[in-house]
Ligand binder design. Structure first.
Ligand SMILES: [Zn+2]
Length: 134
């Protein structure tokens, strides 16, 4: 699996992470999915309801609204974005939630180093996914 992102999306996510640092920023990623690639077409930045530096939560109503709008445009849910004021690796809490999110891709940005990485849980194993910014 390859996660393809537009430069403007990366810029938006980095800006949001910088703005809320050290709180974790979060966003929903929508776009087109094939068996091998996920093309992000829309990024919906959301508030972190927990205002926490170690975990995030998105308001369910915001979720439903974003899903409905994306669906109306024929876009699929690709995954979740959030930032860490730490390295861009899934935390133990993330791993717990990744198990519940099926094939969703998890894009994590380090708001301290500016680097990011994507992950996917397959059959209980976390795999790092190649990301391409274009
Ligand atoms: Zn996390």
């Amino acid at each position: 699996m390859i996660l393809r992102l537009k430069r403007q999306h990366v810029r938006l996510l980095k800006e949001e992470a910088r703005k809320v640092h050290p709180i974790e920023a979060c966003a929903l990623l929508f776009g087109r999915l094939t068996r091998k690639e996920a093309f992000v077409k829309r990024v919906v930045v959301t508030a972190n309801e927990l205002q926490s530096t170690v975990r995030f939560e998105i308001d369910p109503e915001t979720f439903v609204k974003a899903f409905t709008e994306a669906d109306g445009e024929g876009l699929e849910f690709i995954g979740l974005f959030h930032s860490h004021p730490a390295p861009a690796k899934p935390s133990l809490i993330d791993l717990k939630y990744m198990k519940l999110w099926g094939d969703a891709l998890w894009l994590i940005l380090s708001s301290t180093s500016g680097s990011f990485a994507a992950y996917q849980m397959r059959q209980g194993q976390v795999k790092e996914i190649t990301t391409k910014v274009e």
